[in-house]
Design a protein around this ligand. Structure first.
Ligand code: ZN
Length: 381
């Protein structure tokens, strides 16, 4: 498209467009399409409307079989993180998962408490899980979903076994008892392209654990998200669809994604914004990154803001930051856009911003997020 425009506008026009072309080169690097052993993937900025559905704690009958039936009906491929002890108890189900084209990852052999166990026990549980899954299914897993979330203490053992680490970006808290509608609504409301959704088809090493609510929720989640245009893929396929992050800041800190509500908001109300950050270890000598998020009119006037500190790598639940943003009661109806940047932690003066690269327009050292927030004037009944 650019060369055609260049021909049409002539030499002077081409000179005027030079800054634009240079601007194009300042795009962030594409997200890697594969994961190295020990690397944590919890959300992927994607080029298509793809999403990954993952199940932990299986195989567990009859729940796993019923979920496999639903996945087959909707022609959906998922990722199952199996517990070795359960694989030994339900080997036919483990083989069925593989035979039906789903990806099998490891959820360790015994589902031990990674948050409380010594490193040697963690390493053994990871190694045993890989060995059991390979013996029963004939395929060695390449992905680990650590029990009890991401802890830095298991990265080395995962790497030694050649396992990339699968986090998640959205869950339905279905390890606790919840009504089916609540599980469905939580999953569907959160889902955006690139999400890794977490559900449970078992409960740790329990055989025959009751997962009726999740089993009933799965077909509804699939139905609703397929109707919204989502395509379900396994985690490695999600990486194959990787695109560019929204912004890449100096030092490699990235904003992978941002979710704001699609429906309109009334002044005085709050809304949840979900930010997907990736902060490299030791970024700027461990200084806490601090984001400023200004919600502005099309003309750039700031109406309200959501400034916040960005969590550094720890538990996976901290990687997705979720903020309740209050739209002040006096906000005029209209369409607002988020202008997002990082304060430079080395500079006490808040006017200093960390340099960034983005495919989107920038203003005053911040990226203008393309999604629009619609603020309505009328009070909702
Ligand atoms: Zn688990």
């Amino acid at each position: 498209m650019v060369p055609i425009r260049l021909l049409a506008v002539g030499a002077v026009g081409a000179l005027l467009m030079l800054p634009l072309l240079i601007g194009c080169q300042r795009r962030p690097a594409t997200f890697k399409a594969t994961a190295d052993p020990g690397e944590i993937i919890y959300f992927v900025p994607v080029r298509e409307k793809v999403i990954a559905l993952t199940f932990d704690d299986g195989p567990n009958e009859p729940a796993t079989g019923q979920i496999l039936d639903a996945l087959k009906h909707y022609r959906v491929k998922a990722t199952f993180f199996l517990v070795g002890a359960n694989v030994e108890y339900f080997p036919e189900t483990a083989r069925r998962i593989k035979a039906e084209g789903h990806l099998i990852g490891s959820h360790t052999a015994r589902h031990s408490r990674f948050d409380q166990s010594p490193a040697a026990d963690i390493a053994r549980d990871i190694a045993d899980g890989c060995r059991i899954i390979e013996t029963v299914t004939g395929t060695r897993p390449r992905w680990l979903r650590p029990p009890y979330g991401i802890n830095p203490n298991m990265a080395e053992a995962a790497q030694a076994q050649g396992l990339a680490i699968a986090g998640w970006s959205a869950d339905a808290n279905d390890w606790n008892p919840h009504p089916v509608s609540e599980i469905v609504n939580r999953m569907v409301a959160q889902a955006i392209p690139g999400d890794i959704l977490l559900l449970h088809d078992g409960r740790e090493t329990e055989h025959g654990a009751n997962r009726n609510a999740t089993v009933a929720a799965v077909p509804q989640i699939l139905e609703k998200l397929i109707a919204k245009g989502f395509r379900f893929v396994t985690i490695p396929e999600l990486l194959q669809a990787a695109g560019r992050p929204i912004a890449e800041f100096e030092g490699g800190l990235r904003l992978l994604g941002l979710q704001i509500p699609q429906e309109s908001i009334t002044p005085g109300e709050g809304f949840w914004a979900r930010y997907f950050w990736d902060v490299p270890a030791g970024w700027r000598n461990g200084m806490p990154p601090y984001a400023f998020v200004h919600w502005t009119t099309a003309e750039g006037a700031i109406q309200f803001q959501d400034d916040h500190e960005i969590p550094r790598r720890g538990d996976v639940r901290d990687l997705v930051t979720k903020h309740l943003v209050i739209v002040p009661p006096a906000t005029q109806p209209g369409r607002y856009q988020a202008r997002l940047g990082l304060f430079d932690p080395k500079q006490p003066d808040i006017r200093h911003r960390v340099r960034l690269r983005s495919s989107y327009p920038q203003r005053q050292g911040a990226v203008i997020i393309p999604d629009v927030l619609d603020v309505q004037g009328a009070q909702k009944p």
